[in-house]
Design a protein around this ligand. Sequence first.
Ligand code: GLN
Ligand code: ZN
Length: 784
Amino acid sequence: FFFTFFLLLSIFIYNINHHKSKMVKSAVLGYPRIGVGRATKKAIESYWAGNSTAEELESVAKAVRKERWESIKNAGVDFIPSGEFTLYDHLLDHSYNFGVIPQRYVEQKLSGLDTYFAMGRGKQDRAKGIDVVASEMGKFFDSNYHIVKVDHSPDTEFKLLNNQWLNEYKEAKALGIETRPVLFGPITYLSLVRKARDAPADFEPIQLLDKLIPVYKEVLASLKEAGAEYVQLDEPILSLDKAESFGAEFKKVYEALAPVAPKITITSAYGRVGKSIDYLKELPIHALHLDLDREPKQLDSVLEAIKDTKIDIELGLISGRNIWKNDLNASKALAQKAIDVLGADRVVVSTSSSLLHTPISIKVEKKLTEQQLSWLSFAEEKCEEVAALAHALNGQETALFEQNTKDIAARREFERTSDSAVRDRVAGITEEMLSRKAPFPERRAAQKKHLNLPKFPTTTIGSFPQTKEIRQARAKFGKGELTAEQYEKAMEAEIQHAVDFQEKTGLDLFVHGEPERNDMVQYFGEQLTGFIFTQLGWVQSYGSRYVRPPIVVSDVSRPAPMTVRWSAYAQSLTKKPMKGMLTGPVTILNWSFPRADVSKEVQSKQLALALRDEVVDLANAGIKAIQVDEPAIREGLPLRKSDWDSYLKWAVDSFRLSTSGVENDIQVHSHFCYSDFGDIFPSIQALDADVISIEASKADLKLLDVFKSYGYSNEIGPGVYDIHSPRVPSEQEIKDRIAAMAKVLPADLMVVNPDCGLKTRGWKETEESLTNLVAAARWAREQY
Ligand code: GLN
Ligand code: ZN
C-alpha cells in the first residue's frame, strides 16, 4: 500500500512540476483605479472638499486595492499587478515617492498627502496664505489619459521618500495574493517628466539617469528581499522613434538593475518597439512585453531576434485600449506562433497595456441589450479573457472560450450586415467632394457680402455658461420630470438669453450658446446611428476626472438633422449672422471608442458624410457661418512619424469632406484648443477653413510666427484671453494682446475671440470679459 501511495504521489508531484514549467502563463499590466461604484473618485473628492480625513481616504483606497487584486486573481490571472494604483496619477506617484518635490510645494508646509495633491492639481487657500499652481499635465502617449509632469532640473536629487511598491506588495501578500509590482522604467520616467522652465537650455531630464538608478536599485532590492519573484518595468517610451537612440541608456540601466532586482519584464505598450529590438535583445532581462493589439506584425521579427537569447516573451494580445471582446481564436493562433519558436514555458499572454483605459465591468450595464453586451469586454472581462487564452494554449478550452468563439462569429455577422448604403457612399467619395467650389480669396469676397462683418470681427467659440439651471433641466428631462416640449422651451429660453446678451454686448458673429448639449461628442453620437452609450463606463482622463466615451458599434449615418432646429431658432431672433456649431469627424472619433473591425479612416469618413449633410442643411436654413470643431486632430497623431502622413491625409480629407458641400458664401470656421501646430502646420493649412480660432492667450506669441512663415492666408482668431480661469481680462490687456498679434498677422485677416468655449464659466465674468473684448476690437478698427 505504502509503495503504491508513494509511487502515485511522486507521479502526481512530478506532473505538477512538469506542467508548471511547460505552461503558458497569463498577466495583466494594470487595472482601473476608480473602484466599483466610483469609490476612489468619491473618496478623493470628499477629502478635497474637507468632508473626510486622510485616514478615511486611505481606508477606501485600501479596500479598492483589495477589490482590484481579488478581481484579477479570481479571473485566474497568474501575474497580478501591484503598486500601479494611484490617487491621482502614477507618474506623479513616482516623482513624489522619489522625493522630487519642487520648492514651491515644499514652501507651503503641507502634509505629505496634501503636498502630493498640490503637485497634481495646485492648491489655493487664501485665508491660510496657500497659493501654488499645479505641475504641468500632458497626454499619455496617444490615449486620453493625462500624466502629471513634475519639474526636474540639473540639481534635482532623488531620495526614496515612500516605497509605495514595497508597501503594496506586502499589503497584497498579507491578503494571500502574490503580485508582480509595477514601476515605470527609469528611461520612460525621465522621458516623461518635465524639464523645469529655468533649467539650462542644454539640460534634459534623461541626464539625471545616474542619480536616479540608485533609487530604483533600492526599490527593486527591497521587493526582492520581501519575496517578489517578478517585477514589471513599464517602458512605453519604446513605442516612440526617439527610443531607438536610447540603446546605451537601456544597457546602463538594466545592467545595473538586473543583479539586485526580481526577474524583470520590460513592457512596451502603445506601439511597436521597431529598431529598439536591436539593443533590447542584449539586455539582461527576464522578459519583453509587446503590444500586439496595435502592432501584431512586429511579433515575427521580435521572435527571431530573441529566440537564441534568455529573454521570454509576453504577448500583449488582449487590448487595453478598446472595449471589444477579444477574438480569442485569433489570439491563440498568434500565441501559438510564439510557442512554436520559444516553447510554452517562455511565453506569457497579457494585456496590450494597463487596463486603466477601460471601464471596470460590463456587468453593471443595465441599458445595453444582450447582443450589445456580447460584443464588449471591460477590465474585469479582459482579465477573464487573458486567463482563458492561457488555459486554451495549455490545452483546456474553458466555457468562456467556447462562448467567445460564438460571440465573435455573431459579431462578425453583424458587422457584415450593418449599413451597406453608408459603405457605398464612402466608396463613392470623389476628389471634388473634398474641395470648396472656389479658392479662399474668391470665397472671401462672397462671404464679405453675405455676412457683412466689420474689420476685427468679434465672435466666441460656441458655448456659453452651462449653468446649474441648464444641467438641472437636462437631468429632469432625462428622468421624465420634464416633457420634451418643456425641455425645448427651457433651451429656447437659454438661447434667447444668449442672443440678447450678444446683442447688448455688441458682438458681431453670434452663436446660440450650445445649452442643449451635454457634451460636444456625446450630443452628436446620440443622434447618429451606429453609437451606443454606457451608464457607468467611466474612463480616467486625469486625477479624479473620468469620461464616458460613446462606443461606435456599426456604420454611422444621420437619420435626421441634428442642430438645425436650434441654430435656425437662434437665427430667427436676430439680424446678426448666427454661427452654426458642429463637432468634427476626427474629434468625434477620437473621443469615442472606435470600432475595431474597420479602419479609423472609414469611420471618420462615415462621420464626415453625416456632418456634410448637416452643414448643407444648416446653410439651407439660412446659417451663413458654420464652425466645425477639431480640437482632437492633433492628439490623434500617430506615435511614429512614419505613420503621420497617412493619418493626416484622411484626417484632413474628413474635415474637408464635411465642410465642402456648401456654396462659396458660407464661411467655414474651425477651432483648436491648442496652438503648437509646429510640424503639422501644413495640414492645418490644408483644412482650408475660411476662419480658424486657436488657443493663444497663454502662449508665447512666437507661435504666430509659424503662421507668418508658412504664409497662412485665411482668416485667424488667436484667442485674446484665457477662459480656463474666472479672471476678467481688462480692456487694456486685450488691446495689448491684439496689438502684439497685429505685429505678426495681417490686420485684415484677424478675428477677435476668446481661447475656447465659455461653458465652464459663469455669466458675470463672461459678460465683463466680452464687454472688454468688444471695446478692444472697436479700438483696433480705429488703429489699423
Ligand atoms: N464649440 C465648443 C465650445 O465652445 C468647442 C469646445 C472645445 O473646443 N473643446 O464649447
Ligand atoms: Zn477649445
